[in-house]
Write a protein that binds this ligand. Structure first.
Ligand code: GLU
Length: 466
């Protein structure tokens, strides 16, 4: 039987980094085994679910290359299926109507607290024979009172729960709405899920879900409960640690391949290897190799991995991200051919696409003034204006504006002025970019174009002569 996994987010917020990791593990696990990855939106909580959250989840998953093989399915479309399953359990004597009022349950809890026993429903409606027609009721499951429920978790190994610790679970609320555990079991069954991969915070739901599978006569899937993500201070990952929407990472200049590479290493390893292509992850990942200790989120490592993926990507792969960043900086749409010439010169210089956009910014602005003060003091002002004048005149004569021709011209001027290469290149760099760093000087001149280059040299000469 081929493996079927599902990612089942509740659309009550954006897709954050922890959810993305769950989705990635679900998808990767099926890739190697030729299985199917399913997306199920758990929108039974109508009050807290929003369309905006659904859209953000779908967009985040698409950006990360985590589009499902099947779905998205919506639990709100399946209400009748859940209610039918509950009714079947009632008909078979495995669930019952409970008419206990809120007040009587509160009173029960209070008594239990006083007796210092764990507050829980005591099953008093199990044996009821009267069913008052006009009173609200919930449907409760007859949880087994003896024995142990255990499963071989693929990450946690064997987990056991004594059944007498669990009370009778509500399957359908008094307003007729099905509850989470019922909905999950019915869907996991009807979608043919063979392996449930989810966060460790759901471990306590699993024995209840196993009971329901058994009562309904359905095969129980396998489970893999992933350790949660923690911030660098050891506490549960929150906004302040970077648990923001994955789309924020896109805005902050991270590449989807880098984020996936980073996420796959949070809990999973393959020897000492840190850097993975997508294909490698798909070939190597195995959920059973995920470790049991909490994974720590580390932004520096993510930056390092992102820098690697920027360096090794093709310019075509970086094009959409750089275009988007330049657009966000207000430069509108730049011709792709131009960007494809620019990108290779900056790939080794940026850890994020935001940084790359900042570094190429000088190519698009009208003026680089004011100069970075330190760079100008160190390189531009000590240089004789005559050197820049000579260079500007020589460059203005060039018939072709090509990197090689520019390089030759630059070398001739350096020789003629009997200067060291760097003594001319650095002031020119400040004049062209406003800063002390850029790609090779002839590449910088070439990418900037004739008009802007000559104009910026002119501007610098004016500045130096002041
Ligand atoms: N909807 C649940 C959540 O967002 C996940 C349920 C599950 O994976 O079984 O936490």
């Amino acid at each position: 039987m081929s493996v079927r996994t599902r990612f089942a987010p509740s659309p009550t917020g954006f897709l954050h980094i922890g959810g993305a990791r769950t989705a990635l593990f679900c998808q990767l696990h099926t890739r190697r085994l030729g299985g199917t990855f399913i997306l199920r939106i758990e929108d039974t909580d109508r009050e807290r679910s929003t369309q905006a959250a659904v859209d953000a989840i779908l967009e985040g998953m698409h950006w990360l290359g985590l589009d499902p093989d099947e779905g998205p399915f919506f639990q709100s479309d399946h209400t009748q299926l859940y209610l039918d399953a509950a009714q079947r359990l009632v008909d078979e004597g495995k669930a019952y109507r409970c008419y206990c009022s809120r007040e009587s349950i509160d009173a029960l809890r209070e008594t239990q607290r006083q007796q210092q026993i764990k507050p829980r429903y005591d099953g008093r409606c199990r044996t009821r024979s009267a069913f008052p027609a006009d009173q609200p009721y919930v449907i409760r499951f007859k949880t087994p009172t003896e024995g142990v429920t255990a499963w071989e978790d693929q990450i946690q190994e064997t987990i056991r729960f004594p059944n007498d610790e669990l009370d009778d679970l509500i399957l359908v609320r008094s307003d007729g709405s099905p509850t989470y555990n019922l909905a999950v079991v019915v869907d996991d069954h009807s979608m043919g899920i063979t392996l449930v991969i989810r966060g460790e915070d759901h471990i306590s739901n699993t024995p209840r879900q196993i009971h329901l599978f058994q009562a309904l006569g359905w095969p129980v899937p396998e489970y893999a409960h992933m350790p949660l993500l923690h911030g660098s201070d050891g506490s549960k990952l929150s906004k302040r640690h970077g648990a923001v929407s994955v789309l924020q990472y896109r805005e902050d200049g991270f590449l989807p391949d880098a984020l996936n590479n980073y996420l796959v290493r949070l809990g999973w390893s393959h020897g000492e290897q840190e850097l993975f292509t997508r294909q490698e992850m798909q070939q190597l990942f195995d959920i059973r190799q995920v470790g049991r200790s909490a994974a720590i989120f580390n932004l520096d490592k993510l930056l390092w991995i992102n820098g690697h993926h920027i360096r090794t990507a093709t310019p075509e792969q970086l094009l959409p991200a750089l275009s988007q960043q330049l657009d966000m900086l207000g430069f509108g749409v730049v011709e792709p051919e131009r960007l494809l010439r620019i990108i290779p010169e900056f790939q080794s210089r940026a850890k994020t696409m935001v940084e790359m956009a900042e570094k190429v910014r000088f190519l698009f602005v009208d003026s680089v003034l004011p100069y970075d003060e330190k760079a100008a003091q160190k390189h531009l002002y000590p240089c004789a204006p005559q050197a820049l004048i000579t260079l500007q005149q020589a460059l203005a004569q060039l018939e072709e504006w090509q990197a090689e021709v520019i390089d030759q011209c630059f070398r001739q001027v350096v020789a003629q002025l009997q200067m060291e290469m760097g003594k001319l290149a650095q002031p020119v760099r400040v004049a062209l970019t406003g800063t002390a760093s850029s790609p090779g000087i002839h590449d910088t001149l070439f990418l900037l174009g004739r008009d802007k280059s000559l104009q910026r040299l002119q501007e610098a000469i004016g500045h130096m002569q002041k």
